[in-house]
Design a protein around this ligand. Structure first.
Ligand code: ATP
Length: 219
């Protein structure tokens, strides 16, 4: 069965979600108050509808309740974003993801029952900053306020040693969950696996421990 989603708000963020969902083979109903924006998605989404989602009767007539997951990507108009979230909750939508414009907006969304609140600009800013301060950290994914997964470039200091030799978990409290070696990915590498110079290590741990590992083990 095809997955069915609704995306409300077809700006850069919502629009990119619609495109990717379609690319991934999902059915997507794309909604925006602006008919011009809707026109842009008429050939892309399964269904593109011009509607004001702060109007409860509109939400009901579109049958949004029956979709698996709704993304609300209305940014600027915080009031419309909050009202839409409230109404979708009221009509019984099971899963709602909402883009927050700022921390206050996020707090309200959480209070009224949004299942997942995202801050794409803030999160991408954090990610880029983390990549910038370290030459070895290639990518960064925040799991919570304290924990992350990072991609770290191995170097000559680690090359030739096995995971047992390096004893990284005991020394630094972080785990190497995978190793990218060219096109190959070694998931859950064995303790006897020897690290190679060009390897990219996928490391999970607390931010403090990852930072310690990155500072002490690689420099
Ligand atoms: P982005 O940062 O993702 O590019 P944007 O800045 O282009 O977004 P926003 O103001 O954040 O635009 O709003 C995203 C979309 O939400 C717009 O296309 C806007 O027309 C739509 N929108 C605003 N209010 C409503 C509403 N009440 N119902 C449906 N769509 C709405």
């Amino acid at each position: 069965m095809k997955k069915e989603f609704v995306v409300i708000g077809l700006g850069r963020f919502g629009g990119s979600i619609v495109r990717e969902l379609v690319e991934l083979g999902a059915d997507v109903m794309a909604i925006d108050i602006s008919p011009e924006r809707v026109d842009d998605f008429a050939q892309i989404a399964t269904q593109a509808v011009a509607a004001d989602t702060t109007d409860e009767s509109v939400l009901r007539s579109l049958g949004i309740r029956n979709f698996e997951h709704v993304v609300i990507a209305i940014g600027e108009n915080i009031q419309a974003s909050i009202l839409t979230t409230l109404m979708l909750k009221e009509i019984g939508v099971k899963k709602i993801t909402v883009k927050a414009q700022n921390d206050y907006h996020a707090k309200v969304l959480q209070k009224i029952g949004a299942d997942h609140v995202v801050h794409p600009e803030r999160d991408m800013g954090i990610r880029i900053a983390n990549n910038m301060v370290s030459n070895n950290i290639l990518d960064y994914l925040e799991l919570s306020d304290e924990y992350s997964i990072v991609e770290i470039q191995a170097n000559e200091k680690l090359a030739g040693y096995t995971l047992i030799d390096l004893n990284i978990r005991a020394k630094f409290g972080v785990n190497i969950v995978a190793i990218k070696r060219g096109k190959q990915i070694l998931v859950s590498p064995q303790a006897i696996e020897k690290i190679q110079h060009e390897d990219i290590l996928i490391v999970i741990g607390s931010d403090i421990d990852i930072h310690r590992f990155e500072k002490k083990a690689l420099h």
